[in-house]
Design a protein around this ligand. Structure first.
Ligand SMILES: [Zn+2]
Length: 66
């Protein structure tokens, strides 16, 4: 139970390095569409990579709760 292997946050299939953290281009696109489509509220424009990662993590948590 201590496996660190990550799964796609969208469909839970094993992650592919190429599309990290997703399993495929499709899931990466879905995530991107969520961003662009305004399904997620972005409080302020992310200014650096750290903020973007933080935001991305909160999105992943939201998806995981489903
Ligand atoms: Zn996936």
């Amino acid at each position: 139970m201590v496996k660190t292997k990550e799964n796609c946050p969208l469909c839970k299939k094993p992650m592919q390095k190429l599309y990290s953290p997703f399993c495929s281009q499709k899931c990466a696109d879905i995530d991107l569409n969520h961003w662009l489509g305004g399904n997620y509220r972005i409080p302020s424009e992310p200014k650096n990579e750290e903020e973007i990662n933080e935001l991305h993590n909160s999105i992943k948590e939201t998806l995981d709760q489903k």
